[in-house]
Design a protein around this ligand. Structure first.
Ligand code: 5RP
Length: 231
């Protein structure tokens, strides 16, 4: 899907009223568009915004575009977070973490009063686990055991590697196992709980009940805005 769709969704989300707020900065190519758009707004409108990044790369980009980068320790309540996703289900539950930042992203999402997700249309699915693997962050000591246990739940649990063949290491010093499902997940909430009960698992990329709004950048240049029902 084109960068144009991503930028469209990102620019729409960056238009939200953020004056005086603490804003969570997501991670990934779509979130990067939002960070840049926010930087432009802060500069042109002179907005007072404090930002909590979900990764080192988002912190670096935020700083580069002139955002005030803070930490979660000082701002444990985040007013609004803008982040990307790998899959969006009809009830707005998500798979995240192909960019490797799922742990901090999930913590910041849980700390956020409003979680806004920006995607291109290819990320919208009928069932989670059909398009993207599910990333699971594990402590390095336990990855072999975690992989064995995950194989009871999914078809294949693959240790993530970098392009140069070295093991991918997260900002938190952990490894990631990418779990492939044959036909998606029938009950993602149950899968989330089961996986987090495996010894050595730190967190998984299922975001259940955390999303408030999804902005989809469509091919016709419009944005489709989906809101969680019952909030
Ligand atoms: C990083 C993430 C990203 O938000 C997700 O992978 C989407 O990335 P992109 O916008 O580059 O497609 O969860 O951990």
């Amino acid at each position: 899907m084109s960068e144009r769709n991503k930028e469209l969704a990102a620019r729409k989300a960056a238009e939200y009223d953020v004056a005086g707020m603490v804003v969570g900065l997501g991670t990934g190519s779509t979130a990067d568009f939002a960070i840049r758009a926010l930087g432009e707004r802060v500069e042109s409108e002179g907005l007072e915004v404090q930002c909590v990044p979900t990764s080192k790369s988002s912190a670096d980009l935020g700083e580069k575009v002139g955002l005030d980068i803070q930490n979660l320790e000082d701002h444990p309540v985040v007013d609004l977070t803008i982040d990307g996703a790998d899959e969006v289900a009809p009830n707005l539950d998500l798979i995240k973490g192909l960019g490797g930042a799922l742990l901090r992203e999930k913590i910041v999402a849980a700390a956020s009063t409003r979680e806004v997700i920006i995607v291109d249309p290819s990320k919208v699915v009928d069932r989670l686990g059909t398009r993207s693997p599910l990333p699971v962050e594990v402590v390095p000591f336990a990855w072999g055991l975690a992989q064995l246990r995950l194989m009871d739940i999914c078809r294949r649990a693959e240790l993530r590697r970098r392009d140069d063949g070295e093991t991918f290491v997260t900002d938190n010093g952990n490894f990631i196992l990418d779990c492939h499902f044959s036909d998606g997940m029938p009950d993602p909430a149950a899968t989330e709980r089961t996986i987090n009960g495996i010894p050595g698992v730190v967190e998984n990329g299922l975001f259940i009940g955390l999303t408030d709004i999804v902005v989809v950048g469509e091919d016709d240049g419009q944005c489709r805005v989906l809101e969680r029902q019952g909030k």
